[in-house]
Design a protein around this ligand. Sequence first.
Ligand code: R7I
Ligand code: MG
Length: 305
Amino acid sequence: MTQADPRYLAARDALNGLSVGDAFGQTFFHTNDRAVWFRDRALAKPPWRWTDDTAMALSIVEILGASGEIDQDALADRFATKYREEPTRGYGGGAHDILAQIGSFTPWPQASSSAFGGTGSMGNGAAMRVAPLGAFFAPDLDQAVVQAEASAEVTHFHTEGKAGAVAVAVAAALACRARTERIERGAAFIDAVAEHLPECHVREGLAEAARLAPDTPIAAVAEKLGNGSRVLAQDTVPLVIWVAAHHLDDYEEALWLAVSAEGDMDTTAAMVGGIVASKVGTEGIPAAWLEAREALPPTALDEGF
Ligand code: R7I
Ligand code: MG
């Protein structure tokens, strides 16, 4: 694959949107004046450090760049290597364990399936890193679903964890297609995402999200759908899809709305950012925000990410 491959360009836009969102969202954990910052749209002083959301998304993009699909063994290895190199990127509690185990040669199926007493993780971490994969497979939604699930399973064995990843990947794929096709916004967009999920709490949350009017105050949306404060797929992804569905053409607006919901702000902003940038491209991200984000490491394919 070359850097001019449209799938690669789409994934790169999503990665920029995701990493800027992650770093932007993270800044609000470092102030006691969050409400004032939201009201005034005040930005933290750069650099904005990105977190585990971006570290793991980089691994996904690297694997897609190298083999055009998710090789689960290779992905597990990349996740574990990046974790070993920089364990202080803010990984989830269970993720520390799973990644350390994989790094010390426990096969990933064992590490992932035995987490949380044998249910596997239903954390929001498989969804937070997956938007570039959705953009990459935008021409083929069935592939986006299969590949998102494969990427999730390496660390999130639970149905909810995987469903969260499928939802965000499909949303990013639809967003990408909205550049050239007519894609409905709002409730129809949310329904189009939900139809790719099995019966589960994430899907129930999306059904609730589709019933919330576009002008519902964000605090009421968070009250109804959750805002990631439990760090679970099902209390994070419905709000994210609601925000993206109603603000697919405006990165800045979507991101302010996402963080104003409070909760797991780096994560919700990473997901919304990855989806919306799949529609608006890197050029739709405010230049000052891209500049403020801590630089991304060069990948094997693109020195200038
Ligand atoms: O999902 P994960 O990678 O965490 C991602 C979050 C994002 O906010 C990142 O930005 C970072 O801050 O962490 O990591 P996991 O540890 O697998 O899941 C996250 C949390 O969800 C766990 O630490 C648990 O609190 C909770 N959790 C569960 N609780 C009970 N039962 C996940 N799965 C379960 C479960 O099965
Ligand atoms: Mg994080």
